[in-house]
Design a protein around this ligand. Structure first.
Ligand SMILES: *[C@@H]1O[C@H](CO)[C@@H](O)[C@H](O)[C@H]1NC(C)=O
Ligand SMILES: *[C@@H]1O[C@H](CO)[C@@H](O)[C@H](O)[C@H]1NC(C)=O
Ligand SMILES: *[C@@H]1O[C@H](CO)[C@@H](O)[C@H](O)[C@H]1NC(C)=O
Ligand SMILES: *[C@@H]1O[C@H](CO)[C@@H](O)[C@H](O)[C@H]1NC(C)=O
Ligand SMILES: *[C@@H]1O[C@H](CO)[C@@H](O)[C@H](O)[C@H]1NC(C)=O
Ligand SMILES: [Zn+2]
Length: 950
């Protein structure tokens, strides 16, 4: 799913290790990284991008990419791990084939003590081959290489084995081979050893060819003390007890795979498991107390079903005999798809059925489905290089919906897609500071920059759109042939396009060229808005397209080969016609306008484009059609427009309003139908879009008060209908009820606030919260803390310190709901103390505080004052700094905010991995300012009109 690497500072000729820390930013993934700091004594050695630059022959280690002279075939790796002393003693024998004669063996190695290993590097030829002698060897830390120099060149085609011994530590960062811990029932701290390799962490565990195209097989031996269980990608082959009491667990030889998918865990965990009829073993591993409490059971149930489903969906069997899923207390991201040994953050894999929650179940099923999709997409077929990561991540982010839908058949999962996958990323992607989804990665360090919403959510959205226009059976046929052709190997996106084009041709779609279409979506940033202008007299319409930019004054400076025009698969329907089989039409980049046949829609019938929001674009209509749609939503028939399209109408209208392409009062008029709305998808989308009004006008008191009152008016019918009696009949009902309660409480509906506060008080009085349904907890906690004071907050803090992971993550967010500046300031200070708040959670605290009205300037000032703390701890994970900055600046909308930002940028010319986030923040703040200037009186008048009963 994602990963990161480490940072060097090169002072006085010595390599300083800085601990690499990251955090878990919830179900979204984070970043990859590796920043290279060359300071100090004079010489700064640059890098040469790509392979084969100048100097490649004489000093091949100066290339940032591995030379392709030697190709690894097989590794024998042995790691002896002392889980409590944090030491690792290792040995690796790597067998390789010489592809081009060379006098250098170059492989990655970082932070490993080769010198202190037991014996110097060695090399042998295979069979009759006589190996040259190793004359010297050294570490080239700039590129994290270990270089062996030979007296003669290796022979082309010959096979050699290189032996390396090394020592390392179980790191306290969250990458490579690292340690984690938890406190067991008896109050003892128990340590475990675990790994995170993606993208460049394997070199921290043992010397290896650490690039995704250097696939090989691996035989791993983990040596550990009694009382621990060792796990690796493959099942155990044998175990022996050595003289000195160590136990050596040797695992079966792996399939051909890249280094970033390796995983090793040594722990005192227990598991639950099952074996499928085809013999595939699935196990869930966690702290013994959690397994005993049944918290692995739901994960197990969905995991084994989803694998079986994917085997059928892809029509390609899963090649390993087992899959372990393991939850790790200290974990930087959501989960990682290591082949056969998937690692997760604890709160995302474990589910406590004693405290039911459809949304927590959804989280588990979705993430398991995501990681399992990678077993095919990413693991079996791997991107050639990190620039292709979007295909892995986008694919898994789309297919996870299919896997989740399979295990929860009562949930209409695809209607959630528009909200969870499209809405937020389309906001990011409408800024001029966005980027194309396919982005060259010249230096390995840049691989950290691409694990973002564009990679995941835009990737998922455009693959879904593609699946839709080629048709499901053609899509699956193309995927199968792509997977089979490239199995155990690597591929680039054009190979997928080709497989899909061939499948489409075989199915009779002779004029479709998938690459031509998809290049317009992957090689340029952004997306179009389609304008549909109807001719009501003739019953026809014309469609035009234009790059959608949220800020109407922004100018795009990055040129595009496609001129910011797209091949757009239009889908549309009219009143009374089908949403299941909508009309389809292509818009081509070279056509100024495309005629759209409205199939006889009358002048009183609305037209709706982009059915189920399958297309990655926005739609604008002429005002008459907007009026027809709005009237229909305000009628008893509104549910004939599906939920995802209802939400999209509000989202599009609001964003078009922000962009100056639709009068804001027209957008506001669409929202009035929400008094009828009872479905969580359109409601969630509406709230996300309408939240912009609070972002900009939250501090304009009279306007904000009227706005809050309007929101209460919209949600009250829904809230009064569902009340606080837990309804768990089905997913949508449960999530809808939670939405109604949380919306009512957020906007201060007095009954809601009283109920929430009473529930929290009872917890404080009895020290028992079993009367609060799990799904209401976040609303109850947040509301009670917002309307409460010191006692409520202190109580929450105590419960946080002793809570389980899922309770902790609820409280972490709720404690930021306080409106007391002193409390919030002390919360921010406590978040820097790793004794209380796990380091990975500190960024969440400042992000939560920054998102609240009161917290905005507090969080900003805190970030400025403690910039070094955040950089030191989180700069390695690009996404972390970026998400802190974008959360903290999200509400910026005044001249003062803009001045503060610009002052900061003058004071800190290097913003590290937050660079893009800062330029987005400047863009967004500027746009917010303009929006405020242009729309304040309009919104005020519109709200006043409502109050007058208009
Ligand atoms: C590596 O090779 C050496 C020499 O052949 C052998 O003694 C050692 O056991 C091997 N190590 C591993 C991990 O297979
Ligand atoms: C070796 O593995 C078996 C099967 O997993 C296990 O029952 C046994 O306890 C292990 N032996 C040692 C010494 O760990
Ligand atoms: C689409 O309509 C909006 C609003 O009328 C207008 O600003 C924009 O220029 C139009 N775009 C095209 C390509 O016609
Ligand atoms: C909510 O408040 C109402 C009235 O104040 C009360 O009748 C109801 O029992 C409360 N519900 C809960 C769950 O506390
Ligand atoms: C909390 O209350 C519930 C129900 O009243 C009870 O079953 C449970 O044992 C209590 N828990 C504790 C820790 O007292
Ligand atoms: Zn992933």
């Amino acid at each position: 799913m994602s990963g990161f690497a480490k940072r060097y500072s090169f002072r006085s000729g010595k390599v300083h290790d800085e601990s690499c820390k990251t955090h878990n930013s919830g179900p979204l993934a984070i970043a990859a990284c590796c920043v290279l700091f060359c300071l100090g004594i004079g010489l700064i050695i640059g890098f040469e991008a790509g392979r084969g630059g100048t100097g490649g022959q004489s000093r091949p280690w100066q290339q940032v990419r591995l030379p392709e002279t030697l190709l690894p075939i097989h590794y024998d790796v042995e790691l002896q791990v002392d889980v409590t002393a944090f030491t690792v003693v290792g040995q690796v024998n790597v067998t390789l084939r010489c592809a081009t004669p060379t006098r250098h063996v170059i492989l990655h190695s970082a932070e490993l003590d080769i010198i202190g290993g037991d014996g110097t590097p060695g090399i042998q030829g295979s069979g009759d081959v006589i190996a040259p002698r190793i004359t010297s060897w050294f570490l080239y830390t700039e590129n994290q290489y270990l270089v062996l120099e030979l007296d003669k060149a290796l022979t082309k085609g010959a096979v050699y084995t290189v032996n390396l011994n090394f020592r390392g530590t179980l790191r306290d960062g969250l990458i490579g081979f690292y340690r984690s811990s938890y406190v067991n029932k008896d109050g003892q701290t128990r340590y475990l050893a675990t790994t995170h390799m993606q993208p460049m962490g394997a070199r921290l565990a043992f010397p290896c060819f650490d690039e995704p195209a250097f696939k090989a097989t691996f035989t791993v031996t983990l040596v550990h003390r009694a009382g621990y269980t060792a796990l690796a990608n493959m099942p155990l082959e044998n175990n022996v007890t050595r003289n000195d009491g160590w136990i050596a667990d040797r695992f079966q030889r792996s399939v051909r795979m890249p280094t970033y998918l390796l995983a090793f865990v040594v722990s005192d965990y227990t598991s639950v498991g099952t074996v499928s009829s085809s013999g595939l073993e699935t196990r869930i591993w966690a702290r013994p107390a959690y397994i005993a409490a049944g918290m692995g059971d739901y994960g197990l149930d969905v995991a084994h079903k989803i694998v079986a489903y994917y085997e059928e969906y892809f029509d390609v069997p899963f090649p390993l005999p087992k899959i372990d899923h393991i939850s790790i207390p200290d974990y930087s991201i959501g989960a990682m798809e290591n082949w056969g040994l998937i690692t997760y953050a604890e709160s995302l894999l474990l589910y406590d059925a004693r405290r039911p929650s459809a949304s927590l179940k959804r989280g588990v099923a979705q993430i398991v489905a995501h990681e399992l999709a990678h077993m095919w997409f990413g693991n079996l077929v791997t991107m050639e290089w990190w620039d292709g990561i979007w295909l892995n991540e986008g694919f898994a982010s789309y297919v996870q919906y299919l896997g989740y839908g399979y295990v929860e058949p009562d949930v209409n999962v695809m209607e959630q897609f528009a909200y969870y996958r499209c809405q937020a990323v389309m906001e990011d992607d409408s800024l001029t500071s966005s980027r194309p989804i396919f982005q060259p990665v010249n230096h390995p360090d840049e691989s950290r920059e691409i694990f973002d919403s564009i990679t995941y959510s835009k990737g998922a959205s455009i693959l879904r759109m593609l699946g839709n226009f080629v048709g499901e059976s053609t899509f699956r046929k193309g995927l199968k042939s792509y997977l089979e052709r490239n199995a155990y190997s690597n591929a680039v996106q054009d190979e997928l396009w080709e497989a899909l084009t061939l499948a489409a041709r075989a199915d009779g779609q002779t004029d479709l060229d998938v690459k031509t279409v998809m290049d317009t979506w992957t090689l340029q940033m952004g997306y179009p808005v389609v304008n549909l202008t109807r001719d009501y007299g003739r019953g026809t319409a014309q469609a035009t397209q234009q790059h959608f930019l949220l800020d109407p004054t922004a100018t795009v400076t990055v040129p595009s080969d496609f001129g910011y025009r797209w091949h757009i698969p239009l889908t549309y329907t009219t009143r009374g016609n089908s949403f299941d089989l909508p009309e389809q039409a292509w818009m081509r980049p070279d056509q100024d306008t495309s005629p759209v046949n409205l199939q006889g829609a009358g002048s009183d019938d609305w037209v709706l484009v982009n059915i189920h929001r399958v297309g990655y674009y926005r739609v604008n209509y002429d005002l008459t059609n907007w009026q027809l749609l709005t009237d229909y939503l305000n009628s008893d028939l509104y549910e004939e427009i599906p939920p995802d399209n209802r939400g999209t109408l509000i989202d599009d209208a609001f964003n078009l309003g922000r962009a100056g392409q639709l009068d804001l009062s027209t957008a506001l008029d669409v929202t009035r139908y929400l008094v009828r709305e009872r479905h969580f998808v359109p409601w969630s989308m509406a709230k996300a879009a309408m939240n912009y009004v609070e972002t900009v006008f939250g501090s304009v008191n009279d306007l904000n008060d009227n706005w809050q009152a309007y929101m209460v008016q919209l949600i009250s019918p829904f809230y009064n209908e569902v009340g606080w009696t837990l309804q768990q009949s089905d997913y949508n009902t449960e999530v809808g009820q939670v939405l109604a309660i949380s919306t009512a409480c957020t906007y201060g509906q007095p009954g809601c606030v009283n109920n929430a506060t009473a529930l929290f008080r009872r917890w404080m009085d009895t020290n028992n919260n079993s009367h609060i349904p799990e799904t209401f907890k976040s609303t109850v906690y947040c509301t009670a803390i917002r309307y409460g004071g010191g006692p409520e907050w202190d109580f929450a803090w105590q419960r946080y310190l002793e809570g389980e992971p899922s309770e902790q993550s609820l409280l972490l967010s709720a404690m930021a709901c306080s409106r007391d500046a002193d409390i919030l300031r002390s919360y921010l200070e406590r978040s820097m103390d790793a004794a209380h708040v796990r380091r990975q959670s500190a960024p969440d605290v400042i992000s939560y505080v920054g998102r609240s009205g009161v917290g905005k300037s507090l969080a900003w000032n805190f970030l400025v004052d403690n910039w070094d703390f955040y950089v030191e701890n989180f700069d390695e994970t690009q996404f972390t700094m970026a998400s802190i900055v974008s959360s903290v600046t999200k509400q910026f909308s005044s001249q003062e905010d803009l001045d503060n930002l610009e002052q900061f940028l003058r004071d800190h010319p290097n913003q590290g991995t937050a660079t893009r986030a800062f330029s987005q923040a400047v863009d967004t703040t500027g746009a917010n300012l303009r929006f405020r200037r242009d729309n304040e009186s309009k919104i005020r008048a519109w709200l006043d009109g409502l109050n007058r009963g208009n």
